[in-house]
Every structure is written in structure tokens, then in C-alpha cells.
Design a protein around this ligand. Structure first.
Ligand SMILES: Nc1ncnc2c1ncn2[C@@H]1O[C@H](COP(=O)(O)OP(=O)(O)OP(=O)(O)O)[C@@H](O)[C@H]1O
Length: 217
């Protein structure tokens, strides 16, 4: 299930509760509208990344999670990660080093889009959208941190996700790049009508995201 034309109903976290060693780590009830960002803040160890793992379908089995994650009108909380179509950005862009930038992007395009030329054209357009026209044949190791972050964003958007999960994606960028990359990410999410959950320690990230901020822990 991949929702075309954005995610019209947004994302609902309905009575989400996560426990570790029998103790409640976090409890969240929230709706994230299409194109909006829910920012999750809280001390180190409070469970912010764990919440993203629950929503994305990659919760470590040491945790027990319950509660519905409603996306596209159905509860996806029990689906395997690959059926949830989460677009995920971490601190490190994690591009495949043995592939070109273009290879990394084409790899993310859904199989339903057939034909080498069509797939390449999509990847090139996505690169242009993030200000990296002409980078298709570059080796990822030759890119700056900010350029890698842009490629990672282009890759996530090409995968046609239903929502975005962002785990401190700007924290390793220098100040100026941080501002640019934030704008690019949140503008792209708004344009694509994607609900976003952002985990951060940085108030400036929350401000740039512009949506509701919750504190856990
Ligand atoms: N595999 C694991 N086994 C046991 N405990 C774990 C495991 N992974 C995480 N934890 C614990 O679960 C709690 C929540 O971790 P999590 O990474 O979600 O916190 P966080 O709020 O994202 O922290 P930070 O801000 O430091 O990234 C922490 O106390 C952590 O030590």
C-alpha cells in the first residue's frame, strides 16, 4: 500500500504505549496532518528513537509496543516495515558507497515504475529538486555532508513514502547547511503532503518544522 498524491488523512498514533522491562517508557496519542510535522523532544534515553522504530516497524524485540498507527485508513502497526512505506532519515545519510549517486536513487524507485530511461529521468529530476543537477554519476564518497544529506532526501522522496520519520537528520551539518537542509526537507514534505515525525534535541529544528512539539520522558 503506497498512497499516491501524498497522505490525505495524515498519520494517527492512537494510544501508542511502549514498555521496556515491564516499565512504561512512553505514551503518545497524536494526529499528524498531511504536510505537517510532529516534533518529539525529550532527554537522552527517553525513547524518542524507539517511538520512530515503533511507527516505522523496526522496533527491537526487547521493547513491547501497543497502540494503533493509522495510515491511509488502516492500522499499519502490525505490518512488516516494507509494507508501511516509511521514508526515514537518520543523522548519517548512509548512501551505498559501491553505487553512484544515481544508482543510490534509482534503487529506491518503486519497481512499478519500469524502464531504465524512465527511472533515470526520475532520479535526475529528484536531484535537480534538491539542487544537485548533474550529480547522477558522482561517487557518494566525493560529496560533502550537506550534499549527502540532499541525496538522502531525494532518495527518500523517490521511494514514494506514506510518511517521513526523521531522527536528528540535521545534527551533523554545520550551521548554514543546517538552515538550508531544514528548509528543503520541510518544504518538500509540505509540497508532497507527507506527515512527518521529527526527533530532535535542537529547538531550532522544531521552530523550522513549525508544527506541534511534544516532550516525552
Ligand atoms: N536494544 C536495546 N536493549 C535494551 N535497552 C535499549 C535498547 N535500545 C535502547 N534501549 C534503551 O531504551 C531507552 C530509549 O532509547 P532511545 O534510543 O529510544 O532514546 P532516545 O530518546 O532516542 O535517546 P537519544 O536522545 O540519546 O538518542 C534508553 O534507556 C535505552 O538505553
Amino acid at each position: 500500500m503506497c498512497l499516491k498524491n501524498g497522505n490525505p488523512a495524515g498519520l494517527r498514533l492512537d494510544s501508542v504505549r511502549i514498555r521496556l522491562d515491564g516499565r512504561e517508557l512512553l505514551a503518545v496519542d497524536r494526529h499528524v496532518a498531511p504536510g505537517e510535522t510532529l516534533t518529539v523532544m525529550g532527554p537522552s534515553g527517553s525513547g524518542k528513537s524507539t517511538l520512530l522504530a515503533y511507527v516505522g516497524g523496526f522496533l527491537d524485540p526487547v521493547f513491547s509496543g501497543e497502540g494503533r498507527v493509522i495510515c491511509g485508513g488502516r492500522d499499519i502497526a502490525h505490518l512488516p516495515a516494507e509494507e508501511r512505506h516509511a521514508g526515514i532519515l537518520f543523522q548519517d545519510p548512509l548512501l551505498f558507497p559501491h553505487m553512484s549517486v544515481g544508482g543510490n536513487l534509482v534503487f529506491a524507485i518503486p519497481q512499478a515504475i519500469a524502464g531504465r530511461k524512465a527511472r533515470r529521468a526520475r532520479a535526475e529530476a529528484a536531484l535537480a529538486d534538491v539542487g544537485l543537477e548533474g550529480f547522477f554519476d558522482r561517487d557518494p564518497d566525493t560529496l560533502s555532508g550537506g550534499q549527502k544529506a540532499r541525496v538522502a532526501l531525494a532518495r527518500v522522496l523517490l521511494s514514494e513514502p506514506n510518511f517521513l520519520l526523521l531522527d536528528e537528520p540535521f545534527s551533523k551539518l554545520d550551521m548554514q547547511l543546517r538552515d538550508q537542509t531544514r528548509s528543503l526537507v520541510f518544504d518538500s514534505a509540505r509540497r508532497s503532503r507527507l506527515p512527518v515525525i521529527l526527533v530532535t534535541h535542537d529547538e531550532a529544528d522544531a521552530k523550522a518544522a513549525g508544527g506541534e512539539v511534544i516532550e516525552i520522558g
